[in-house]
Design a protein around this ligand. Structure first.
Ligand code: TXA
Ligand code: MG
Length: 355
C-alpha cells in the first residue's frame, strides 16, 4: 500500500478540512499515524476489532500487548468504562488533556482485540491539538500504540514513523517534532492501591501530590524475573531498544568520563564501532567514538525530547556498542532512566577511578 503523508505544522488553528480524509480513513477501519505531545501514535478505530488487528500486524506487535484508547472529551470516557473512580476524576482534572494514561475496567464495546485480552482498558486524552482534532474528526475513540515497529525506539517525528511503517499504513500526519519525547505516564486505578505502570512527564512526585499513595510496579525498577507477569504487558518486551548493545555508566562525573573514554578506546582497538551518549556539560571531555549530545543535564525536558532520536541515529550509523552517562532518577529523570535502562537491557556498570 502507498502511505500518504500530509504535512500540518500549524496547530493554532488546526486546519480541519485537511483532517477530513484522515477521519474518514479511521472510521472505515484504516490506519493513520499522528503526532501527540508524547510520541507519534499509530491510530485505528478502537471499537473495531479488525482495525486493532491491523495495528498489531503493521507494528509486528504481539497481540497480548494492549493498546491505549485516545479520546478528545471527558464525556467520551464513561461509555467505554464500567466506572470512573474518584481518584481518576482528580487526576484527569489536573493532567488531562496531557501525557497521562489511566487504566479502567472496560465495557463490552471495547473489543478484546483492543485490550489485548484484558478486562481493563487504558485511556488517554492527549493535548496535542492535531491529535484532538483528528479524534473529533474520526468520531470514534482512537486506539494508538506508539507508531514504531515493535521493539524499536518510539517515534518522535514523522520521519521516524516513515522509517518503520512506510507502505504498511494508509496515512501519516506530519506535525513536526513532538514536545515531550517519552510515552505517557500510565497509572492503574483498578486495584486496591493506585499503581504506576510506566513513568512519564506526569511524574511520580506529581501523582503523589495529587492522590497521596502511589505504588510502583516492580517491573519499573528491575529486570523481570523469569515467569513473572508485569501489570502492563508491554513491560515484558525488550523495548526502546537500539540495535547496538548499550551500557549505562554510573558514578561521579570525572570517573564516568574516564571510564567511558577507557571502554570506548578498548572497544575501538578491538575493531568495534562505538557510540557515546553524553550530556552537554561534558562537551570536550570525550575522546573516542561517535559522540552524540543528548542535552543539558540541568534540563531534563531536553534530554527526554532527544533520547529516542539519538538512539535511532546510532542505529542509522550502525554502531556495535553504546556507552551512556546516567542521570539522577528524580522527577522526569526517573522516566528517562526507565527508558535508558530498557534500551540497555538493564546493563550498567559503576565508574572506576583509573589514575
Ligand atoms: O504516550 C503514549 O502513551 C503513546 C501515544 C501514542 O499516546 N502511546 C503508547 O502506546 O506509548 P504503546 O502501545 O506503545 O504503550 C502502551 C502501554 C503498553 O506497555 C501496554 O502494555 C500498556 O500501555 N497497557 C495498555 N493497556 C493496558 C491495560 N489495560 N493494563 C495495563 N497496561 C496496559
Ligand atoms: Mg510503544
Amino acid at each position: 500500500m502507498e502511505t500518504k503523508v500530509i504535512t500540518m505544522e500549524d496547530r493554532e488553528p488546526v486546519d480541519l478540512t485537511r483532517l477530513k480524509e484522515a477521519g474518514e480513513i479511521l472510521r472505515r477501519g484504516g490506519l493513520v499515524a499522528f503526532p501527540t505531545e508524547t510520541v507519534y501514535g499509530l491510530g485505528g478505530n478502537a471499537l473495531d476489532k479488525e482495525a486493532s488487528q491491523r495495528i498489531y500486524a503493521a507494528k509486528g506487535r504481539p497481540s497480548d500487548n494492549p493498546l491505549i484508547v485516545h479520546i478528545a472529551e471527558w464525556e467520551e470516557l464513561s461509555p467505554l468504562v464500567q466506572e470512573v473512580p474518584e481518584l481518576a476524576k482528580r487526576l484527569a482534572s489536573l493532567y488531562w488533556p496531557g501525557p497521562m494514561t489511566l487504566i479502567f475496567k472496560k465495557r463490552g464495546c471495547i473489543p478484546y482485540a483492543t485490550s489485548g485480552g484484558l478486562d481493563t482498558v487504558a485511556i488517554r486524552m492527549p493535548s496535542d491539538p492535531i491529535a484532538r482534532a483528528l479524534i473529533r474528526s474520526a468520531g470514534v475513540p482512537v486506539a494508538a500504540p506508539s507508531a514504531n515497529t515493535s521493539g524499536r525506539p518510539s517515534p518522535t517525528s514523522a520521519q521516524h514513523v516513515l522509517e518503520d511503517l512506510r507502505g504498511a499504513i494508509d496515512l501519516v500526519i506530519d506535525g513536526g517534532e513532538v514536545a515531550v519525547g517519552l510515552e505517557s505516564t500510565i497509572v492503574d486505578l483498578t486495584g486496591d492501591v493506585p499503581t504506576l505502570l510506566r513513568p512519564g512527564a506526569v511524574t511520580a512526585e506529581m501523582l503523589r501530590r495529587a492522590i497521596g499513595t502511589l505504588a510502583l510496579d516492580p517491573a519499573l525498577t528491575r529486570p523481570l524475573a523469569e515467569g513473572v507477569h508485569p501489570k502492563a504487558p508491554g513491560m515484558k518486551y525488550r523495548h526502546y531498544a537500539p540495535r547496538a548493545e548499550m551500557t549505562l555508566v554510573e558514578g561521579e562525573r570525572e570517573q564516568v568520563i574516564q571510564t567511558i573514554n577507557r571502554l570506548a578506546a578498548a572497544a575501538i582497538a578491538a575493531g568495534k564501532k562505538v557510540g557515546v551518549i553524553a550530556t552537554d556539560e561534558n562537551r570536550g571531555a570525550y575522546r573516542f567514538g561517535d559522540i552524540k549530545w543528548i542535552g543539558d543535564r540541568a534540563n531534563e525536558a531536553e534530554i527526554a525530547h532527544n533520547l529516542f532520536s539519538v538512539l535511532r541515529a546510532f542505529d542509522a550509523d550502525g554502531v556495535d556498542l553504546i556507552y551512556s552517562e546516567s542521570i539522577p532518577e528524580h522527577d522526569l529523570g526517573y522516566a528517562i532512566m526507565n527508558r535508558m535502562n530498557k534500551a540497555a537491557g538493564h546493563r550498567h556498570i559503576k565508574a572506576e577511578k583509573t589514575e
